[in-house]
Design a protein around this ligand. Structure first.
Ligand code: KG4
Ligand code: ZN
Length: 340
């Protein structure tokens, strides 16, 4: 029997996700992505993303229910991303979630997208230890957080990117290198054949000072563009694999260094790395190596739960329901730039 069955809906960017969680356990989740439709534009086109959500919403929810072996009437609560994200995309998901909650007569919970990314890890590794440092690295965010209780206590924001997110940096540099969109996975693949020491890309904001947990990645993009230009001016072929490997090394170095500095400063024994960039092989390997050296436990959810999905939203919903949190009113709106 178990506890309440929570359906989670995610639609903040280009993935339509539906996930079903009960008592911290993932029963099923399904993701439909409109990524391929954006590829020829080199980035997510909000209008196309919103339309794709409209097409995918019902099939994705139906498929998730089917995989979990549940009738729609078995859902006890609906959780949905209310922000941050693209407004048209968020609106489609919220409208759909409201309809489901209203029709089923069950409570609706609004979920912060980043809280969802953090909670994704609980579906694989169980409840988060308190406190833990969380590094969120996605296409839209690069943040270091100190989390004590995801739904009961305020999350302490240690630092953010001052400009581009790490995933955005991968995507932009991939474009400069002539690699396909999305750039992160393309750089990861290309880097396998490259030498990470071939280019000495900068490590922004790592020289101490007053921003120990802030990030800046736009300079890396400029450095990569200059490096490519230098080859073109000389009329020589750009060693793309080397560029990819060196960029990946620089990003992994900065991310893992700052995350571990935060663990040390706050006396935290567990680091959780979530978000699309947590799928990067070098980010994973270097962070693992440094955590082991520092005696810090590392938790990284599996790749399918790292990128946007409905399961992570259901995971937060499940925590909210079980903590007795107040549901959202049915006139709740989206908050595209929601602060944490
Ligand atoms: O979390 P996510 O799916 O969506 C956002 O909320 O942004 O993250 C997407 C980002 C993209 O920038 C993508 O290029 C990056 O994650 N990404 C990767 C890898 N897989 C996805 N970056 C580096 N290496 C990867 N293997
Ligand atoms: Zn995300």
């Amino acid at each position: 029997m178990g506890g309440p069955v929570v359906l989670g809906i995610e639609s903040s960017c280009d993935e339509t996700g539906a996930g079903i969680v009960r008592d911290g356990e993932l029963l099923a989740h399904v993701v439909a992505s409109s990524m391929d439709e954006h590829a020829r534009f080199g980035g997510v086109v909000p209008e196309i993303a919103a339309r794709a959500h409209l097409q995918s919403f019902n099939p994705v929810v139906r498929e998730a229910l089917g995989r979990a072996g549940l009738r729609p009437g078995r859902i006890d609560a609906v959780a949905v991303t209310t922000g941050p994200g693209l407004s048209g995309a968020l609106q489609v998901g919220l409208a759909g979630a409201k309809s489901l909650a209203y029709a089923a007569g069950v409570p609706l919970y609004g979920v912060h997208h980043l809280a969802g990314h953090v909670a994704a890890d609980t579906l694989e590794h169980g409840p988060l230890p308190s406190p833990c440092v969380v590094l969120i690295v996605s296409g839209g965010h690069t943040s270091l957080l100190l989390v004590r209780d995801l739904v009961r206590e305020p999350i302490l924001h240690l630092g953010d990117t001052l400009d581009d997110a790490a995933g955005e940096c991968f995507d932009k540099v991939a474009r400069i290198l002539g690699l396909p969109y999305p750039g992160g996975p393309a750089i990861d693949r290309a880097a396998r054949d490259g030498d990470p020491r071939a280019v000495d890309f900068p490590r922004p904001l790592t020289r101490g000072g007053d921003a120990p947990y802030a990030f800046s990645f736009s300079g890396l993009k400029t450095a990569a563009a200059r490096w490519v230009e230098k080859h073109r001016l000389r009329g020589v072929e750009v060693p793309v694999a080397d560029g990819a490997a060196a960029l990946q090394e620089a990003v992994a170095d900065v991310l893992s260094r700052k995350a571990l500095a935060a663990c040390e400063a706050y006396g935290v024994r567990t680091l959780v790395v979530v978000g699309g960039v947590a799928a990067n092989s070098r980010v994973r390997a270097l962070t693992e190596q440094r955590c082991a050296a520092a005696g810090v436990g590392l938790r990284v959810p599996p790749t399918t739960l790292c990128t946007d999905n409905g399961a992570m939203i259901a995971a937060v919903g499940d925590l909210l329901v079980r903590s007795g949190a107040e549901p959202a009113p049915l006139d709740v709106s989206i908050d595209p730039s929601a602060p944490l």
